[in-house]
Design a protein around this ligand. Structure first.
Ligand code: ADP
Ligand code: CIR
Length: 343
């Protein structure tokens, strides 16, 4: 493989940190699962508008390709090679009263974590048989959930197009054909092995074999962040009694994309701040202060509609789950105060 040609306008972390020296050191290496540098960087090479541009094939990728991954992890999370990750899933440590009890700004709240099965390659490097095996063991574990968490699994294979599109439009299901995931090898054998589990109210959902093998999701209308977090924590604890998750003391939960390492948690609100959004500089000053990311209404790489934005914690590694949610809760409180102050 030759050193890739990145056009001038490319500003991804991949083109910034994959120097010719780093490339030469890593280009012939392969993990035990056969995952190569070429595979790790293909998404960012093909999609020059990537923000990051790399994916791991397995836990070992983070060690073997460390000269590339470590610089990206440091730049994204501010987390160094010697740092240790700490988890805290105790909802009692969260100070997050509803920032919008009258329901004027927050449309909905969602918190998700990514998880992958221990001793399996990640979705980028997994075989069809292994993926199917992940699906059946996860579905078996989910079938034991009780009470509010009990629900049904809907495989993508055989789901009618209308039902699938409705779930996507209503923000419950992952989209199809994402070009970043495609070029990372994450959509191979689509739609086999993929699906969604949800309870009747669609307040608890699990995506199976998308970017990560599990995306465990708690969501509901309004701004009761603590209720959403509490439901999520209960679900994580139940599921991990049946499905062993990939975790280490340095990187926390292992995920395909290095931005998701650690807590693997994204806590978001859909929030209407139309006045503030007219002044993107002030909007961004607040989101930067609280380490928040702004996304559009249909998820990553989408646009806002009607002044409604998806606001979530940006940092996931080197902070606890409680701190990640706290970033979002404090930042959203500040955004609402700023919106109220505008006439
Ligand atoms: P992820 O959360 O896995 O990083 P995306 O950014 O692609 O992935 O979002 C996945 C879906 O979740 C999208 O349909 C998005 O609109 C929806 N979503 C995210 N946050 C919220 C929220 N607070 N309320 C409702 N839907 C949400
Ligand atoms: C990119 O590099 O833009 C995609 N591979 C997605 C990266 C994940 N984005 C994020 O900010 N969490």
């Amino acid at each position: 493989m030759q050193y890739p040609i990145f056009p001038k306008e490319c500003s991804s972390m991949l083109c910034k940190y994959l120097t010719p020296e780093v490339f030469d050191r890593l280009k012939d290496l392969k993990t035990a699962n056969g995952f190569t540098l070429e595979q790790a960087i293909n998404s960012g090479v093909q999609n020059i508008d990537s923000g990051i541009g790399v994916y791991a094939g397995d836990e070992e990728s983070y060690e073997l390709f460390a000269p590339l991954f470590d610089t990206i992890i440091e730049a994204y999370h501010g987390f160094g090679k010697e740092d240790k990750h700490q988890s805290n899933l105790n909802p009692n440590d969260l100070n997050a009263p509803n920032p919008d009890p009258e329901g004027n700004y927050i449309v909905s709240t969602r918190i998700r974590v990514g998880r992958n099965v221990d001793n399996m390659p990640l979705g980028t490097a997994i075989s069809k048989e292994q993926r199917d095996q992940v699906e059946s063991s996860v579905v078996e574990g989910l079938s034991r959930l009780k009470g509010e968490l009990s629900g049904r699994y809907y495989p993508l294979l055989g789901m009618d197009k209308e039902a699938q599109d409705a779930l996507i439009k209503d923000h419950f299901l992952f989209k199809e054909g994402d070009r970043f995931l495609d070029t990372a090898g994450l959509n191979r054998d689509w739609p086999a092995g993929r699906g969604i589990y949800h309870n009747n109210d669609k307040t608890f959902l699990v995506w199976v074999n998308e970017e990560d093998q599990l995306r465990i999701i708690s969501m509901q209308k309004g701004g009761d962040i603590k209720e959403v977090f509490t439901r999520l924590v209960n679900a994580i604890k139940r599921i991990e009694t049946r499905v062993p998750f990939s975790y280490n003391d340095h990187l926390g939960y292992i995920t395909s994309c290095p931005t998701n390492l650690g807590t693997a948690m994204r806590a978001s609100v859909h929030i209407a701040v139309p006045k503030l959004a007219k002044d993107m500089e002030s909007f961004k000053a607040i989101t930067d202060k609280y380490h928040l990311q702004i996304r559009g209404i249909h998820g990553e790489h989408s646009e806002s509609e009607g002044g409604i934005y998806d606001i979530s914690n940006r940092r996931r590694l080197g902070i606890t789950e409680v701190e990640a949610v706290q970033d979002m809760a404090d930042g959203v409180t500040a955004l609402i105060a700023a919106e109220k102050a505008l006439v």
